[in-house]
Design a protein around this ligand. Structure first.
Ligand code: PAF
Length: 280
């Protein structure tokens, strides 16, 4: 496995793999790898011959008062995990490599970035789409793998790829959960044991909501109220949003049906957690 810091070296190694007839799979990450990331790497290995993982904590997707500085960066452990999981190339650039000068060019997907997480994180998705566009230009993958946990991110990236006629396919993989149901996230590491215990209510609220839908409830307001009631079992939880939207347009809908996305964001102290279910 190669661990590379420069764009030119990545380009030439990927070019060589492609000239050997290999398909290229790409897993973009910000590191602090957990089972969720590893499931994306496994999916990439199943579908592709040559797997590239980027580890880059992208500053342009963090707001001024967000956790850029304290975001975990266990790079040696991450590299070991990549090696164990048959990654061919790890791209671990410095910020100066990715943003050589002040960035004047941005990729901005409109509308679907203004709701859900976009309401409280104004430039977040612009940072995500810009860095993903840059990474896609560097790696030129055939397939890129994203997790369903960041449902809005997956929808936004798919839209960017479609609108800009980018030559790759986005593969979205299922959420990986801890034993108590909490969706795996690098930010779970911020939680104290007491906060971690209460964080499981996020999944419980979505499970209760699924049961309600299975019993025939379709009204978005009733479902939202039930999620809020479950979350209110913990005084530590502050609800940021509970959104019931169409999975593609991300527009609010009054009645759930197949293809509805139910997405929730909460804060426990300074830690922001998100989760979602898709109605099938
Ligand atoms: O999901 C993430 O970890 C990041 O948003 C991504 C896609 C690696 C872009 O920095």
């Amino acid at each position: 496995m190669d661990v590379i810091q420069t764009i030119n070296e990545v380009k030439s190694l990927v070019k060589k793999a492609r000239s050997d007839g290999k398909t290229i799979g790409f897993v973009p990450t910000m590191g602090a790898l957990h089972e969720g990331h590893l499931s994306l790497i496994r999916a990439a290995n199943e579908k592709c011959d040559f797997v590239v993982v980027s580890i880059f904590v992208n500053p342009t997707q963090f707001g001024p008062s967000e956790d850029l500085d304290k975001y975990p960066r266990p790079i040696e452990k991450d590299i070991e995990l990549c090696e164990k999981n048959n990654v061919d190339l790890v791209f671990n650039p410095a910020v100066e490599q990715m943003y050589k000068q002040q960035n004047l060019t941005w990729v901005n997907v409109e509308k679907i970035t203004e709701c859900l997480c976009g309401s409280s994180r104004p430039n977040h998705f612009r940072g995500v789409t810009t860095v993903c566009a840059k990474l896609f230009n560097i790696v030129k993958p055939d397939f890129a793998f994203f997790g369903q946990k960041d449902a809005q991110q997956a929808v936004v990236i798919k839209r960017m790829v479609c609108d800009l006629n980018m030559d790759l396919e986005i593969v979205v993989c299922p959420i990986v959960r801890a034993a108590d149901g909490l969706a795996l996230s690098s930010r779970n590491a911020y939680l104290t044991p007491e906060q971690r215990k209460d964080a499981a209510l996020l999944y419980k609220s979505l499970q209760n909501c699924r049961q309600l839908i299975e019993k025939g409830e379709k009204n978005s307001q009733t479902i939202t109220d039930q999620i809020r009631t479950t979350l209110s079992e913990s005084p530590l939880i502050k609800v940021e949003y509970i959104s019931i939207v169409d999975f593609h347009s991300l527009e609010d809908i009054g009645r759930v049906s197949a293809g509805t996305l139910i997405a929730v964001a909460i804060r426990i102290a300074n830690t922001r957690l998100i989760d979602n279910i898709l109605v099938d």
